[in-house]
Design a binder for this molecule. Structure first.
Ligand code: HEC
Length: 121
């Protein structure tokens, strides 16, 4: 019995552990984590992956109509226009220009960041 108890505990705990890991590593389809969206980690990666070919500080004058989306204060100042543009709302130039619309989760993350007060973390 002394040897059996740790074994039983192990068997009980193991599936719990692997289930937790699977959830965090492979979120199921339809799940979109919009909690604690950070500027440096999430927003920069969205913008650099989809927008900096035209809107980096370097490229903006030639390709992005002078609109810079690299520095925190620029993104905050334009956050309302960005939201309208990536949602292809009327009255806004649809972005990313000449490409397909961003996926729904990416748009939700940007909106969640704005709704959070655009933290500069
Ligand atoms: C291929 C170049 C290109 C890409 C990629 C691009 N833009 Fe633009 N963007 C432009 C140009 C040029 C304009 C000036 C308006 C126009 O020509 O439509 C503009 C305008 C804008 C505006 C102002 C629109 C308005 O109605 O006030 C915003 C905001 C914007 N872009 C955000 C973005 C975001 C966010 C992305 C990435 C998701 C992006 N852009 C990707 C070229 C681009």
């Amino acid at each position: 019995m002394k040897k059996l108890l740790p074994c039983i505990l192990l068997i009980l705990l193991l599936p719990g552990c692997s289930w937790d890991n699977e959830e965090t590593l492979y979120p199921g389809p339809g799940e979109c984590d919009t909690t604690d969206v950070s500027f440096s980690r999430d927003i920069i990666s969205i913008l650099s992956g989809n927008c900096y070919v035209c809107h980096s500080n370097l490229n903006a004058p030639s390709f992005g109509n002078g609109i810079r989306l690299e520095d925190y204060q620029d993104v905050v100042a334009l956050s309302e226009r960005i939201t309208g543009s990536i949602n292809h709302e009327t009255g806004y130039s649809p972005m990313p220009k000449g490409r397909s619309k961003l996926d729904a989760c990416t748009i939700l993350k940007f909106e969640a960041w704005v709704a959070d007060g655009s933290p500069g973390n």
